[in-house]
Design a protein around this ligand. Sequence first.
Ligand code: HEM
Ligand SMILES: *[C@@H]1O[C@H](CO)[C@@H](O)[C@H](O)[C@H]1NC(C)=O
Ligand SMILES: *[C@@H]1O[C@H](CO)[C@@H](O)[C@H](O)[C@H]1NC(C)=O
Ligand SMILES: *[C@@H]1O[C@H](CO)[C@@H](O)[C@H](O)[C@H]1NC(C)=O
Ligand SMILES: *[C@@H]1O[C@H](CO)[C@@H](O)[C@H](O)[C@H]1NC(C)=O
Ligand SMILES: *[C@@H]1O[C@H](CO)[C@@H](O)[C@H](O)[C@H]1NC(C)=O
Length: 482
Amino acid sequence: MSDSHLTFCFLSSILALIVITFIFTKRKKPSLNLPPGQMGWPLLGETIGYLKTYQALTLGEFMEKHIARYGTIYKSNLFGEPAIVSTDAGLNRFIMQNEGKLFEASYPKSLGGVLGKWSMLVLVGDMHRDMRNISLNFLSYAKIRTHLVKDVDKHVLHVLSSWKHNSTLSAQGEARRFTFNFMAKHIMSLDPGKLETEQLKTEYVSFMKGIVSLAPVNLPGTAYRKALKSRSTILKFIEAKMEERAKRVQNGDALEEDHDLLNWVLTHTNLSNEQILDLVLSLLFGGHETSSIAIALVIYFLPSCPRAMQQLREEHVEIVTSKKKTGEVELTWDDYKKMEFTHCVLNETLRLGNVVRYIHRKALKDVRYKGYDIPCGWKVLPVISAAHLDPELFDQPNQFNPWRWQGNNSKSDNFMPFGGGSRLCAGSELAKVEMAVFIHHLILNYNWEVLDGDEPFVYPYVDFPKGLPIKVQSYSSIKLPN
Ligand code: HEM
Ligand SMILES: *[C@@H]1O[C@H](CO)[C@@H](O)[C@H](O)[C@H]1NC(C)=O
Ligand SMILES: *[C@@H]1O[C@H](CO)[C@@H](O)[C@H](O)[C@H]1NC(C)=O
Ligand SMILES: *[C@@H]1O[C@H](CO)[C@@H](O)[C@H](O)[C@H]1NC(C)=O
Ligand SMILES: *[C@@H]1O[C@H](CO)[C@@H](O)[C@H](O)[C@H]1NC(C)=O
Ligand SMILES: *[C@@H]1O[C@H](CO)[C@@H](O)[C@H](O)[C@H]1NC(C)=O
C-alpha cells in the first residue's frame, strides 16, 4: 500500500468518525423543544415573583401574566433549578399518574430538614409506599366510619360550645384549635385543653413558621433555626410518650388508648423512633393546617351567599329532625352521607379556595407532552389550582356557586384539590368529614358575619391576614318543622 493510500484511509476514517459522532450526538440530543418562558436572574430565577403574595381567589399576577404570554405550559427557573410550570389539567393528571415512572415528588431540601427525612412528603419509592400504607391504615374508611365521625363530632362541639352569643372571634384560630385537638387526640391521645397539649401546640406553631419561612437558612434568629429547635423539642415529647407506653406494656397494663396512631405503630410496625416522629410530624403538618384553612374558607364564603346558607340549614335541620325520631344523638357515617348539598359546598370551597396551589415534582426521564420536551432532572410544578379557576372548565369560575356540583359532574375530572395518583392526599376523606361536621353544628347553632373585610391571601400557603374575625349570633331558636 502506498503512503497516499494510507493517508487517504486515515483521513477518511477520521471523517467517518466525525460524521458518526455528529449523527450520534444528534441522535442522542435532538434539539429539545422546550416550552416558552424565561429563566430570569441567575440563581434566583423568577422565584421571587412566583412566591409573591396574592389574593387567594385568583391565580395571582405572576401566573396570569405568564399564562397570557407563554400559554399553559412554560419554563422558568424556580427554587434554584430550571423548572417546567404546568397549568394544563391534562399534563397535571399525566404527571400524577406517572409517579415513580416518569416523575417523582421532589420537595425543597429545607422541607426535609424540618419535616425529617422520613416524612411522607419527601420520601419516594418503597419507603414512601410503606409509610403511606401505615398512614392509610390510620386514616382508613373503616376507621372513619366506625370511630372518626363520632370523634370529629365531639371535637367540633368542644370548640363550638365555647362560642358566646354576640362575641367576636377568630374563625381561623377556632378552626385550628379544632383540627389540632382532633389530630393530637388521634395521634397520641392528648386531651384538649391539657397543659401538655397546649405546650405541644406552641412548639408546633413555631415549627410551622419555619416550614413556611421563605429563607430556609440555619442561622441564629431565623424562623428556620427556631423550627429545627422545635422539631427536637417535639421529638423529645413524643419519645417520652413512647417510653411511657413501653413501661405500661411491661407492667402488663392494657393500653387504654387502643386507637391512637402511636400505639398502632408501636405494635404493628418496626419503625424507629425517628421514623415515628417524622410520621407524626407529617400527619400533623398534612392534616392540621390544610383542613383548618378549608374550614375557615367555608366560614368566609357562606355569608356572601345567603341562598346557600339557607339550603344548608334546611338540609341539616332535616338530618337532626330525623335523628330525633329515632332517638339517635351522635352523628354517624350515614348522616354524613346524607349531606348532599353540603358536599356541593365542600367541593365548591375546595375549588375556589385552593388550599394547596401546586405540588413539587421532578422529571425522571426526558418526557414529551403535546410537542413540548420536559428534560430529565428538571423540576416540574403542576399547578393544580389553575384548572379550578379556568373559565373553559368552570363557568364563571370566580363565583361561589355550590349548585354547579349538582347533577352533572362531567367536569370533576379536572377537579384535583387533593392531588392524585399514588400520592393522592391520604387524609382527603377525613378532611371532608371534618369540614362537613363543622358545618353541621355551625349552621345549626350560629349566624355569623365576617368583620374587617378580611380575605384569604396566598403567602404561598393560604392564610387570612387578620385570622378571619367573625361576629357570631347564636341561633338557638331554630324553627324545627313538625
Ligand atoms: C382540605 C384539606 C386538605 C387538602 C386540600 C390536602 C391536599 C393534599 C395534596 C394536594 C396532597 C398531595 C401532595 C403531593 O402530591 O405532593 C396531599 C398529600 C397528603 N395529605 Fe393532604 N390535604 C388535606 C388534608 C389532609 C388531612 C386532614 C390529612 C391527614 C390527617 C392529610 C394528609 C396527607 C398526607 C399524609 C399526604 C401525603 C400522601 C403521600 O405522599 O402519599 N391531608 N394532601
Ligand atoms: C399494608 O398494611 C397492611 C396492614 O395494615 C398489610 O396487611 C399490607 O400487606 C401492607 N401492604 C403493603 C404494600 O405493604
Ligand atoms: C347583641 O348585640 C346587639 C348589638 O350588636 C344588641 O342589640 C343585643 O342586645 C345583644 N344581645 C345580647 C344578648 O347581648
Ligand atoms: C419486624 O421485625 C421482625 C423481626 O425483625 C419481623 O419478624 C417482623 O415481621 C417485622 N414486622 C413488620 C411489620 O415489618
Ligand atoms: C366532589 O368532587 C369529587 C372529586 O374530588 C367527586 O367525586 C364528587 O362527586 C363531587 N361531589 C359532588 C357533590 O359533586
Ligand atoms: C352532562 O354534561 C355533558 C357535557 O357538558 C353532556 O354531554 C351530558 O349530556 C350532561 N348530562 C346530563 C345528565 O345532564
